[in-house]
Write a protein of this length. Sequence first.
Length: 335
Amino acid sequence: MRVGVVGAGSWGTTAAMVCAGVADAPAPSLWARSVDVVQEINTRHTNSKYLAGAVLPASIHATADIAELVAASDLIVMAVPSQGFRGILEMVAAAGASTPKFASKPVVSLAKGLESATRARMSEIAKAVCPTNPFAVLTGPNLAGEIIVGQPTASVVASTNEQVALAVQSAFNAPRFRVYVNDDVVGCEVAGVVKNVIALAVGVAEGFGLGHNSRATLITRGLAEMTRLGVALGGQSETFAGLAGMGDLIATCSSAQSRNNSVGRRLGRGESLAEIVASMSMVAEGVKSAVSVLELAQLNGVSMPIVEQVVNVCESNASVTDVMMALLGRSVGSE
């Protein structure tokens, strides 16, 4: 299938590179807002703003014309932050209105967040904006910086339509990017959202000077929180023990390349969230999603004490000492 990636940030550009490396695959297209980014990709085969030092395959064609990308693609891959997902998808849908067979083109989400205003997952937004288009989500332990230099990893594509899942699997299954299929869209989306919030918590602990025991505890109990919420929303518990859950959680909580973990470490060292966000060119999804995750948990009667304390740090400027003591002071129970 001809793949069109919407969004030329670090992950979108990396996704286009993965597709370009699939044997016998058509050249992928990549949409960017910035004409300068488009020109750089097409002429120099680099994207210095988001992937400094990386050389992109010459087969990737960048464009600032979203209608061009939609018309040229069989598969629309949305690699944009969750807060801009709806607006960009509406642009895709408007461009598709005059494109033959647009309604049957699958939409694939790479976003790992919730829309703050509605607490909607990306699949729910896609259903509202593009109701006839099949939907899939691609997720897993996929740090762009490692993939871009050829390190192997695996991912999972989830769709309620098996043929769509298999088509996306085929489009992304490159020699060093192994893709598995799954039918649990809800579980995969919830895992991708919550792991970013837990990564913030782990980063805070690291920045505060805590060690491996604390990290392991937060990851493990974070996985329990993630699973509880996912199952309450209709996900399958098995999903959270796989690549979308445990795999992505470990990678995001353990790597300095993780934006969410990095933000957490800086918070733990005493920097303000406003200062940290102002210094970043890329989005840490967990910062925006933490409140929405906690609201979903409260609406569904799910206990998420780690997420609650992340919200206290990010939204209420609670001290790291106070949130740590709040977690340690909770009554103990069975695991």
